[in-house]
Design a binder for this molecule. Structure first.
Ligand code: ACO
Length: 315
């Protein structure tokens, strides 16, 4: 297909080719991507907080070094994603304003507290595990800059997932108290991790409004429920290996479906957290806004420096 003229978008999508920043694209496609990529970027930087909470208390120097590197990776993911969003014609400062004023969302998962060291393990294992399941298909997203950013993000997330598994593996083979701590973390993170995939595809409660259109555009490759099922199927055997019990009495292998059945998700809790009423929403936002305000001098200095460089180049 050709590029550039208005009608070419559909042909490029039909041919499974990438849409690039200078290609013509429907306004709604652009807006959907800005919403999703911005929400994704915000999640990466807000996601630094629950784990950052444990950097000073990691149980050894080795664990501390790993956790610092991991939290720094999340900042990097935020940067790639804000850059990808900027190729759609928005400005990073505009997106941050929308985060700070509650006009754009970040992932529900980061509104839960990290109460013990085992939570750092559970975040790596379950939260990053869910993130990978959701993000690997995004490497094939129809929008080029987003798809390319996802490749490196997914590689780093796989490393994060394994470090979380390894933390829990160690605790699960430790003292009774350490084993109990690992189990308690799995109990608290399992259901929120399932909610990360977003509302169900169908049913009586509120469902996913964007999936059908996003799949037609090749932004999403699988529905929320399909990815959630893949995640459950991948994770149950891992829990068995760890010797941890997932907190769902309805979880069992269904021979006929070739998948694990699982219990009802508390969607009221999900929507409550999205509306701002999770355990840590106000804490996360206050911390983020505070960090942004305290960092104003860095932005001012960088802008002044860039201005000076531009002046010198002119003259
Ligand atoms: N947390 C917060 N909001 C969510 C979540 C969630 N876990 N899941 C869905 N939503 C929001 C959607 O943004 C949408 O909001 P809107 O009505 O204001 O537009 C609404 O709930 C309905 O959901 P969907 O129609 O299913 O929305 P969408 O098609 O965007 O699918 C999904 C949601 C699967 C999260 C998608 O946006 C996506 O794949 N995003 C990229 C991955 C990502 O953001 N990951 C961040 C967490 S992982 C990490 O950072 C470690």
């Amino acid at each position: 297909p050709r590029r550039g003229a208005a009608g070419d978008f559909d042909a490029l999508i039909a041919a499974e080719q990438r849409i690039e920043p200078r290609d013509a694209m429907p306004q709604d496609y652009r807006q959907t991507l800005i919403r999703q990529i911005a929400q994704h970027a915000h999640s990466e930087i807000i996601g630094m907080q629950p784990e950052g909470n444990w950097i000073s208390r990691a149980p050894s120097l080795r664990r501390k070094a790993i956790l610092m590197a991991k939290v720094q990776d999340e900042a990097g993911h935020g940067l790639y994603l804000y850059s990808a969003a900027e190729t759609l014609g928005v400005d990073r400062s505009e997106l941050l304003d929308k985060l700070h004023t509650g006009k754009q969302k970040y992932s529900s998962i980061f509104n839960y507290p990290t109460l013990t060291w085992a939570d750092v393990g559970a975040i790596g294992w379950l939260v990053d595990g869910a993130a990978i399941m959701n993000q690997v298909p995004l490497c094939r997203c129809s929008y080029g800059p987003y798809a390319r950013a996802m490749i490196r993000v997914c590689k780093e997330e796989s490393f994060h997932q394994r470090q979380g598994f390894e933390i829990l593996w160690t605790l699960a083979r430790g003292t009774d108290a350490q084993r109990a701590m690992a189990q308690d973390a799995a109990d608290r993170w399992w259901w929120p991790a399932l909610m990360m995939f977003g509302p169900p595809d169908s049913g009586e409660a509120a469902t996913s409004g964007h999936t059908a259109q996003s799949m037609a555009w090749g932004i999403k490759r699988f529905s929320n429920d399909d990815l959630r099922q893949k995640f459950v199927d991948m994770t149950v055997p891992q829990a068995d290996k760890l010797g941890l019990v997932l907190p769902d009495p309805d979880l069992r292998w269904n021979e006929e479906r070739g998948h694990y059945d699982f219990g009802e998700i508390d969607w009221d809790e999900f929507w409550r957290v999205l509306k701002g009423d999770g355990a840590c929403n106000s804490q996360r936002m206050a911390h983020r806004v505070g960090a942004h305000e305290e960092g104003a001098w860095v932005r001012e200095a960088a802008t002044a420096y860039a201005g000076k460089q531009a002046e010198r180049a002119k003259g």
